[in-house]
Ligand binder design. Structure first.
Ligand code: TPU
Length: 565
């Protein structure tokens, strides 16, 4: 009787957790595993140019699809993927990382193996991945596969973090029990302790109801905690001003009457920081306060006014309540707070509605950063996701107005340049068919992982990439300049013909004036069957004013002298 194999078991589970695709690079250790996975026609195998790209692609797939998966070969593949898996941890995205391992007989036979550092220790890959995953299992006996695979996957889904599964290369096609129904095996719910929840809600509602000037701040963990809707309910009940942190942009609708912009310390949206400073109770929902999100610690919020609601606990000025789930906390709080719109009224008093940003107007003059971002903003609609790469694109992306329904993606916690090209590939793979992706990527970042554009072409993805060619690492120049921030220029637009080869339908365009950019965007809209890369040439020193401030704050934080203790 033909039975289920370990590889089949994994393939069923990947399908049951909702995956339609997974990303991979083959290698001799994982070829049989890939065969066993191919048995399941409901989940498509997607090849990437390298494992780093595959891991970024899976991370971004998890952003749009809820979870992702990536399969690599032993050590040489896995080590390249380590960066993207760690990024998924930092960004709270469940990515199932699967690596093949060596033959189960090799340890007993005292063999030295290829793709290793040439010692008899074959466990260091597993040891390393333990640091960047929430569950790590090594399958060395087929009979252990069901419980180990289910443990890794269910922990990843519950924790919203990546998990590690290593499968010995001679076990991928070994028989193992048939998968039981998904719900029985994978308890993924995350609930509060009810007494803790009641106590936290009582205290927080008293604080907010007693405050004269309450305000809400959306943080990055709202999405991973499934609490975006609950946050909105709370906001609408309170009626106060609502700001978002930079890595939570898009988690509260920007057309909403209570929205006041991005809170990013001194580089906040106009009017946002004074109102936050003036507030006497701030509920921050799922925030991550780091040197980057606080602009070098200059935008820290006063602890005496702060309710810091994290995915699993709530910290108030006087107490900390653990075992409280963010979504349940916000929903319960919404039922107990009284309306108080003082902070919103104050925002409107200090920020009378001004004219919208205007274009440069000069169609033939040199393309400027302001004009570029104006045209990008004009190009967005309710069905667009705007994805921005690490660099000045972060700061330029913040003021862009997102129409209702538009989404925003940023990898601000991990901040690994090179993320955006493969992330765009992975994101587009998971995107609903009626939506589109617009990515803005600096030339420096693009050079790390450019080859994944070839797979966008292979799969006919119609992403628009605005490649910002400002001749180097501008964000680094503003943090601390030196000769190392200037890179070899490429002909980015022409690169697309190389990737097209015989059959591709990618389009590379170039814009060095406002007129050329408008024309390129219009051509991009007429194009179909492949991505369009528009190389936008702007001056190296044409950076956002916010970068000057943020960059110098981060530089100051980095340069603090050691304190003698
Ligand atoms: O627009 P712009 O010039 O700021 O962006 P571009 O050209 O993409 O330059 C980004 C420069 C940059 C570096 C070199 N941003 N962060 N870094 C440091 C860095 C190095 N290596 C990795 C993997 N990630 C990083 N963040």
């Amino acid at each position: 009787m033909p039975g289920f194999t370990v590889g089949n078991y994994l393939a069923v589970r990947l399908q049951q957790i909702g995956l339609k695709h997974y990303f991979m690079v083959p290698g001799d250790y994982n070829l049989r595993l890939l065969d066993e996975l191919l048995w399941n026609k409901e989940v498509e195998q997607i090849g990437c140019c390298n494992e780093l790209n595959a891991s970024y692609a899976a991370e971004a797939y998890a952003r749009v699809h809820g979870c992702g998966a990536v399969i690599t070969t032993f050590n040489v593949g896995a080590f390249s993927a380590l960066n993207g898996v760690a990024g998924a941890y930092a960004e709270s995205l469940p990515v199932i990382f699967v690596s093949s391992g060596y033959n189960t007989n090799d340890d007993a036979e005292n063999h030295l193996l290829h793709h290793t550092i040439g010692t008899h220790d074959h466990s260091y890959q597993y040891e390393m991945f333990k640091y960047v995953t929430c569950a790590a299992v090594r399958i060395l006996h087929a009979s252990n596969a069901p419980s180990m695979i289910d443990h890794a996957i269910s922990t990843a889904l519950r924790e919203r973090k990546p998990a590690y599964i290593e499968i010995a290369c001679n076990l991928s096609d070994a028989l193992c029990p048939e998968p039981v129904p998904f719900e029985m095996a994978l308890p993924v719910n995350n609930h509060s302790n009810s007494a803790a929840l009641t106590a936290a809600v009582d205290r927080a509602s008293t604080l907010l109801n007693d405050a004269a000037r309450p305000i809400l701040l959306a943080g990055v963990h709202l999405r991973s905690s499934g609490a975006i809707d609950a946050f909105r309910q709370l906001a609408e009940k309170l009626g106060c001003a609502v700001a978002v942190m930079p890595n939570a942009k898009g988690f509260f609708p920007e057309d909403h009457p209570q929205y006041i912009g991005t809170y990013w310390g001194p580089v906040s949206s106009p009017g946002c920081q004074p109102v936050l400073d003036w507030a006497d109770a701030i509920l921050a929902a799922g925030p991550l306060f780091t040197d980057y999100t606080t602009s070098g610690w200059t935008g820290m919020l006063p602890l005496e006014h702060l309710i810091d609601a994290q995915p699993r606990h709530v910290r108030l000025p006087e107490a900390e309540h653990t075992s409280v789930a963010l979504e349940e906390f916000l929903s319960a709080l919404a039922k107990k707070v009284r309306r108080n719109d003082t902070t919103l009224a104050e925002y409107h008093r200090i920020m009378p509605a001004g004219p919208a940003r205007t274009p440069d107007g000069d169609r033939a003059g040199r393309l400027t950063r302001a004009e570029l971002w104006h045209q990008i903003e004009q190009d967005l609609d309710a069905k667009t996701t705007l994805l921005v790469e690490t660099g000045d694109s972060w700061l330029n992306g913040m003021p862009v107005h997102l129409p209702d329904g538009a989404r925003f993606e940023i990898e601000m916690q991990w901040g690994s340049i090179g993320w955006a090209v493969p992330a765009s590939f992975g994101y587009a793979m998971g995107l609903e068919p009626d939506r589109r992706l617009v990515s803005v990527i600096g030339d420096g970042s693009f050079q790390l992982t450019a080859q994944e554009v070839a797979n966008m072409i292979r799969y006919g993805q119609e992403t628009i990439i605005f490649l910002v060619n400002n001749r180097g690492y501008v964000v680094e120049s503003e943090i601390h300049d030196g000769p190392y921030n200037y890179i070899k220029n490429w002909d980015y637009a022409d690169l697309i013909s190389a990737f097209n080869a015989d059959d591709g339908r990618g389009l590379g365009l170039r814009a060095s004036t406002a007129g050329e950019l408008a024309e390129a965007i219009s051509k991009a809209h007429q194009h179909s069957g492949g991505p369009v890369l528009i190389e936008c040439q702007i001056a190296h020193d044409d950076c956002s004013p916010q970068l000057l401030k943020w960059g110098s704050d981060v530089e100051r934080a980095n340069a603090r002298p050691p304190v003698e203790v």
